[in-house]
Design a protein around this ligand. Structure first.
Ligand code: F6R
Length: 607
């Protein structure tokens, strides 16, 4: 989740840009850079690492100029490095671009530009934009940007400057945020409000495909076709801390709400226009189809994604799967077959046990696919293939959007592997891809109803224990939901495969127990209903998570939360969301800070 800033006005642009970038550090980044237009023309400085490194780089020089753009990069295409950092420039070095988002057709555009003699310097998708703006530039930066918008696909927020039009910034957004700040004899642009608050509280939020042209004295707005628009400014009265969280009270809630967008980003770049899963980007080709087994290892929430993956791979790709907790895997005596496919899942890509499991797998000769959120992480560097979740930085300790995007990756790999193995008819694959494409909207519909979960949490947060139960995919989500609740609300919570209830756990059920029954596997509704009756008979309060319009459990449950219908194997992405919200609101009810649970760290880099 990169950060963009831009400044044009009476001040020196460089300190304003660096200062504004600092306010966007919370978004996470791995490199930073600026481009300033002044008497020396366009000056670009950028460096891998913390903003401090950029400041050290420019400390010994005076970069003159009062118009510029800046960027903090969270790597997606190409590892974190000086050369991959933004801004990117055209061949002549007179046009500079900063970009937030993913250009899905960058490979095609790159090939086209290379065919016209353009020599690329970086591995990024963004560099194509700088060269395309140059290609379309005929003395009017706005017109060139409009032309480029017609050629790029994907999500983007862009800020562009050109030496031939000093004192002007052209900015545009599609599916990535951008806010204009209106000052006195100065105007600014940023990915988020905190970067602007020191200079102005009058802002204009750009909508998709809207363009802003900023000069010292005015900001003009245009639609995607270059037609003039009028936009009303809003006054920001939040404080900086609230602004960093985008108006949400906590990062965890913000990240829960970012899931529809994160899921779209994860899905969209891996599915062709004809609806076929295309994983050529990660290199998953025919040679992977010969495997006799998939082995998945991970820790915590990522392991729960592995449990979903086991069920999904077996059902969709008809391949046997072992799933193991990385810290167990590394110390038992696992048996390897060189044809095994290892899938290692980790948000951070730095978890010590997970890395150890990955290294064991590689030294046995097996091939490893990493699913991770952090570009350039140790896992990403050492695995044979990498599939990035593209969820953006996850700041709250409790993992939410990283989990659902890990699941999206799992489904895409399962469908692709099924096709390579001839395990899934084309029509069935197309149906599943169609269903996956609907999940972001379904997730949004669940979030729209969060007040129902909030209300239920306010009635039940003080239960001394909570059990989550389900069957098949719902069992995997029970595991994840119990972990969420225990880690941030400190409620004693456990998960059971519902069929195991009678084999022990029911002994613990009494009237102080909350049972959350996840019921999205239609073929097992009758079994779940019996389990619910068993716990009700022992005094438990029961919340059921099931489908919209489904009344099967109305008579037995104390409360029902409904999610949009989806095929049984895909429901985990939806059914986990009310449970994330439940954990969040229980923590709030208990007066706890959900972003910083006691005793826990975001990345567990030691055993
Ligand atoms: C729970 C949580 C942890 C992590 C686990 C693995 O909300 O975040 O259980 O899932 O520590 O971390 P990664 O995915 O970074 O390997």
């Amino acid at each position: 989740m990169c950060g963009i800033v831009g400044y044009v006005g009476d001040r020196d642009a460089t300190p304003v840009l660096v200062n504004a970038l600092r306010k966007l550090e919370y978004r996470g980044y791995d490199s930073a850079g600026i481009a300033v237009i002044g008497p020396e023309g366009l000056v670009v400085r950028k460096a891998k690492g913390a903003l401090r490194r950029l400041e050290e780089l420019i400390a010994t020089e005076t970069i003159r100029g009062s118009c510029g753009i800046g960027h903090t990069r969270w790597a997606t295409h190409g590892e974190p490095s000086d050369v991959n950092s933004h801004p990117h420039t055209d061949v002549s070095g007179r046009i500079a671009v900063v970009h937030n988002g993913i250009i899905e057709n960058h490979a095609k555009l790159r090939a086209w530009l290379e065919g016209r003699g353009v020599a690329f310097r970086s591995q990024t998708d963004t560099e194509v934009i700088a060269h395309l703006v140059d290609h379309h530039y005929e003395g009017d930066l706005l017109k060139a940007v409009v032309a480029v918008m017609g050629r790029i696909e994907g999500s983007y927020a862009l800020a562009v400057v050109c030496e031939d039009e000093p004192g002007k910034i052209v900015a545009v957004r599609k599916d990535s945020p951008l806010v204009v700040g209106l000052g006195k004899a100065e105007n600014l642009i940023a990915s988020d409000v905190p970067a602007l608050l020191e200079y102005t509280r009058e802002v204009v939020y750009l909508e998709d495909k809207e363009i802003a042209v900023l000069t010292r004295d005015r900001v003009d707005f245009f639609d995607g076709a270059g037609e003039r628009l009028s936009k009303k400014p809003s006054h920001v009265d939040w404080d900086v801390a609230a602004a960093e969280k985008g108006g949400f009270e906590h990062f965890m809630l913000k990240e829960i709400h970012e899931q529809p967008k994160a899921l779209t980003d994860t899905f969209r770049a891996r599915v062709d226009g004809d609806g076929k899963v295309n994983l050529s980007e990660i290199g998953l080709d025919e040679s992977w189809a010969r495997a006799r087994r998939v082995v998945i290892t991970a820790c915590g929430t990522a392991w729960h994604a592995g449990v979903v993956a086991k069920y999904a791979f077996e059902r969709i790709a008809r391949i046997p799967v072992d799933v193991d907790i990385a810290s167990e895997f590394r110390y038992r005596s696992p048996l390897f077959d060189p044809s095994d496919i290892f899938i290692i899942i980790s948000q951070s890509g730095e978890t010590a046990d997970t890395l150890a499991a990955m290294r064991m797998a590689r030294s046995s000769g097996a091939r490893v696919i990493a699913i991770t959120n952090v570009v350039g992480s140790t896992l990403a560097r050492e695995a044979d293939l990498v599939m990035y979740t593209w969820a953006g930085p996850e700041i709250a300790v409790a993992s939410t959007k990283a989990f659902t995007t890990q699941l999206m990756c799992v489904y895409l790999i399962a469908i692709r592997l099924a096709a390579l193995r001839g395990a899934l008819a084309d029509a069935d694959a197309a149906r599943l891809v169609g269903e996956l494409s609907r999940l972001p909207d379904s997730a949004r519909a669940i979030l729209d109803r969060q007040a129902e979960i909030q209300r239920f949490a306010s009635q039940s947060f003080n239960k001394s224990k909570a059990f989550f139960m389900g069957r098949l995919f719902d069992y995997a989500i029970s595991l994840e939901s119990a972990l969420k609740l225990k880690e941030i609300s400190y409620t004693h919570s456990e998960a059971f495969a519902a069929g195991e209830l009678k084999h022990g756990p029911i002994a613990l059920v009494d009237d102080s127990t909350l049972v959350v029954a996840i019921c999205t596997q239609r073929e097992l509704f009758d079994k779940m209903d019996s389990n619910i009756k068993e716990v009700k008979a022992r005094g438990a309060t029961v919340l059921v998570v099931t489908f919209d319009g489904e009344s099967y459990f109305d008579a037995t449950a104390d409360a029902v939360f409904r999610v949009p219908e989806a095929p049984g194997e895909l429901t985990p992405i939806l059914s986990v969301i009310p449970c994330q919200l439940y954990a969040y609101y229980c923590a709030i009810q208990r007066g706890l800070d959900p972003d910083k649970p006691r005793n826990l760290a975001k990345s567990v880099t030691v055993e």
